[in-house]
Design a protein around this ligand. Structure first.
Ligand code: NIG
Ligand code: FE
Length: 417
C-alpha cells in the first residue's frame, strides 16, 4: 500500500537528521517545507520534499493520491500522559468544586481517585475495553497517534492487574501506538489509610512481580504529593519498579512542592509530569538529567491551578513536553489541539514550542522519538492532514476547534466513526 500526499501547503516538523528531543532555544525552531509532497509505503514514511523537486514515482500500482492543496500535514501528536481507562465519570465532583470544595477536600472525604477506584472495581474487563476504545477513537480523530495509558484506579492486586490487562488488550485492538504504566501508587486505598507501609509492601512484593511476569507495564509511576506518597516513598517504589523492568515516571509538584522532581531525577525517571509548584532547585536538577519535564495544561486549567513555569524551563535550556492527562477527575479531555492552545495562551509558549512539545518531545517522554514525533524517512506513518488553514499557528489560535481532517495511522487512512 502506497500513499502520495501532494501539493501540501506546509509540511510541518520535518527532520533530515533525527533528534531525540528539542531543548531550550531550539524549541522555537519548527522545520517546515512549503508546497511539499510526502510519500508513505506500508506503515512507514518513505520520502518527502518540495513539489518543485518532485520526480514522480516509478511504480504507480496500488497508489492512493491525496491532494492537500491549502492544507497542512503534521506528525500525529504523542500524548505521553493519560489515564484513559476508567469507569463512569465524576461530573458530580466538578459541580462540588464549582460550589467551593477543593480537589484535596473531595479526596479527604473519600472522593477523587478513590471514587474512580470504587467504580472501576465493579466494572468488567470488557466494559473497560469498550469505553476506553471510544476515548481512543476520540483522541485519534483529534490528531493523536501514540498514547501512554496508566493504571491507578485499581489500588488492589486484582483491579490493578485488571486495568493493565485492559491496556494490553487495547494495544491489540487500537491502531494507536500504546505504552502502559503501572500507577498502583496513585493513592492509598481507604483500607490501608492507617497502614500505608502495608500498601507499599503490597505494591512492591505482590503487584510488581505479577505485572513483570505478564509483562504488563513499560513504566512505573507514583503520585508524589502531600497525603499521597512522600519523596522517600516515591524513590523506594520507583527503584523497586526498575528492578521489575519498569522505567520510572513521576506525578510531581502538582498541588504542592513535594519532592517529586528531585525523586524522579534521582532514580533516572524518563519524565516528571504536572510541575505547577516547580522552583529553581527543581529546574537546576533537571538541567543535569535526561528527565523531561512534562506539562499537563488540561489538568491545571480544569482544577484552576497555578501555571507551571514552562517559559522559565525552556529559557533555562530544558526540553519541555506537553500531554493531556486525560482522566475523569482533573482533565476530562484528551484533545491535544486544546492543550496546545492552553500552552500558548496561559504559558506564553510559541506555536513552534507547543508543536515541538507535543510531537518529538512527548514522543521522547515515552521512548518513542526514534519512531514517532516527526516527519522523517523510516519513521511510522502516523500523520494528519488538516482542513484548509493558513498555517500551523492557526491550530493553537483556533482554540476549541478540531481542524484535523484526514488521519493516517500506520500508513492506513482511518475511516472516522
Ligand atoms: O494526573 N494527580 C494525580 N492523578 C491524576 C488525577 C486523577 C484523578 O483525579 O482521577 C492527575 O491529575
Ligand atoms: Fe496524571
Amino acid at each position: 500500500m502506497k500513499i502520495l500526499i501532494k501539493n501540501i501547503k506546509q509540511l510541518v516538523q520535518v527532520e533530515e537528521n533525527s533528534r531525540l528531543k528539542v531543548a531550550g532555544i531550539d524549541m522555537k525552531n519548527l522545520p517546515c517545507i512549503q508546497d511539499a509532497w510526502l510519500a508513505i509505503e506500508n506503515d512507514t514514511i518513505a520520502g518527502f520534499g518540495k513539489m518543485d523537486d518532485w520526480e514522480g514515482i516509478s511504480d504507480w500500482t496500488n497508489l492512493t493520491i491525496i491532494d492537500a492543496s491549502d492544507k497542512i500535514v503534521m506528525p500525529s501528536y504523542c500524548d505521553s500522559h493519560t489515564h484513559i481507562v476508567f469507569a463512569g465519570s465524576r461530573e458530580g465532583e466538578f459541580v462540588d468544586r464549582i460550589n467551593g470544595l477543593t480537589y484535596e477536600q473531595i479526596f479527604e472525604r473519600g472522593g477523587g481517585i478513590l471514587n474512580s477506584a470504587k467504580k472501576l472495581a465493579d466494572a468488567s474487563e470488557d466494559e473497560l475495553v469498550k469505553s476506553a476504545l471510544i476515548r481512543l477513537n476520540e483522541i485519534m480523530i483529534q490528531g493523536t497517534g501514540a498514547v501512554e495509558i496508566k493504571s491507578g484506579y485499581g489500588l488492589s492486586v486484582e483491579s490493578e492487574l485488571k486495568m493493565l490487562r485492559v491496556i494490553k488488550k487495547l494495544k491489540t485492538l487500537s491502531p494507536l501506538t500504546i505504552k502502559a504504566t503501572f500507577l498502583g501508587a496513585h493513592a492509598v486505598p481507604t483500607e490501608y489509610k492507617n497502614d500505608k507501609r502495608k500498601y507499599i509492601d503490597l505494591l512492591i512484593n505482590e503487584m510488581m512481580p505479577k505485572i513483570a511476569a505478564e509483562q504488563l507495564a513499560d513504566y512505573c509511576d507514583v503520585f508524589c504529593e502531600k497525603n499521597y506518597f512522600t519523596k522517600e516513598e516515591t524513590i523506594e517504589i520507583l527503584t523497586a519498579g526498575k528492578k521489575h523492568g519498569m522505567s520510572p515516571k513521576v506525578h510531581a509538584e502538582q498541588l504542592s512542592n513535594s519532592g517529586g522532581v528531585l525523586a524522579g531525577v534521582e532514580v533516572g525517571a524518563i519524565s516528571v509530569d504536572h510541575l505547577e509548584f516547580v522552583g529553581e532547585t527543581e529546574i537546576k536538577a533537571l538541567q543535569n538529567s535526561n528527565t523531561i519535564p512534562t506539562i499537563l495544561p488540561g489538568a491545571a486549567f480544569f482544577l484552576g491551578l497555578p501555571h507551571p513555569p514552562a517559559r522559565k524551563m525552556i529559557d533555562s535550556g530544558l526540553a519541555v513536553a506537553i500531554a493531556s492527562d486525560f482522566n475523569p477527575g482533573s482533565s476530562p479531555s484528551g484533545n491535544m489541539n486544546l492543550m496546545l492552545s492552553l500552552g500558548c495562551i496561559h504559558y506564553k509558549m510559541t506555536p513552534e514550542e507547543v508543536i515541538n512539545a507535543s510531537t518529538i518531545n512527548s514522543a521522547y517522554a515515552m521512548d518513542l522519538s526514534k519512531t514517532h514525533g516527526s516527519i522523517a524517512i523510516g519513521k511510522k506513518a502516523n500523520i494528519f492532514i488538516t482542513k484548509e488553514i493558513p498555517g500551523y499557528s492557526f491550530i493553537p489560535y483556533s482554540f476549541g476547534s478540531n481542524l484535523v481532517d484526514t488521519i493516517i495511522i500506520n500508513g492506513k487512512i482511518i475511516e472516522k466513526k
